[in-house]
Design a protein. Structure first.
Length: 192
């Protein structure tokens, strides 16, 4: 059964998509094991010993997740263009056409992240005052929905890699590998 509406945005859904329930279970386990391994490392190396440490580590992890999504967004077009360039000439148009939904998924997650920030920015206080109470309620609902959608997209991005399997089944694992190396390179450059 395929999700309907906004829940379907981060999930691949093209006709003819190869789906394997065992691979799906492995993807979900891998996604769950990541945070579990991270918590295990934090406890093992006593990185968290007080409530202030928990807050600092959680903030750092949230920033790193957001950075990972942003790096993934930047790497996606490069990997997609490389795939299209390497494809047979008769498949290039097909892959380019299939890239529209993953680009839409990326745009939806990025827009939802920006919408929530835009709704709370102090520079728009005049606009919020001008729209009155009904407008403020609508902005609040939009803000809550966009935060939920952004979190949903960020949580699903390691599993579905912004639905890039819609282009070709090989794109998500290649893109995930590129992301790991990019994040490792960023850690080396920043000293993390």
């Amino acid at each position: 059964m395929r999700p309907v509406g906004s829940a379907a945005a981060p999930r691949p859904s093209r006709p003819g998509l190869v789906t394997d329930p065992q691979v799906r279970r492995l993807q979900l386990r891998r996604t769950g094991l990541g945070p579990a391994a991270w918590v295990g490392l934090m406890v093992t190396y006593n990185a968290v010993v007080s409530a202030a440490d928990v807050k600092a580590v959680a903030g750092t992890r949230l920033n790193r997740s957001r950075a990972g999504v942003l790096v993934l967004v930047c790497a996606f077009p490069v990997v997609a263009v490389a795939l299209v360039a390497a494809a047979r000439s008769d498949l290039r148009r097909l892959y380019l056409r299939r890239a529209l939904r993953p680009l839409g998924a990326v745009a939806a997650v990025m827009a939802s992240m920006d919408t929530s920030a835009l709704a709370m920015t102090p520079e728009l206080a005049g606009l919020r005052d001008a729209v009155g109470l009904p407008g403020k309620i609508a902005l609040g609902v939009l803000c809550l929905w966009s935060i939920g959608f952004a979190l949903y997209g960020i949580v699903l991005s390691p599993v579905h890699v912004f639905r890039t399997a819609d282009i070709h089944e090989a794109v998500p694992p290649v893109l995930a590998g590129v992301l790991v190396w990019e994040m490792a390179l960023l850690d080396v450059i920043t000293g993390a």
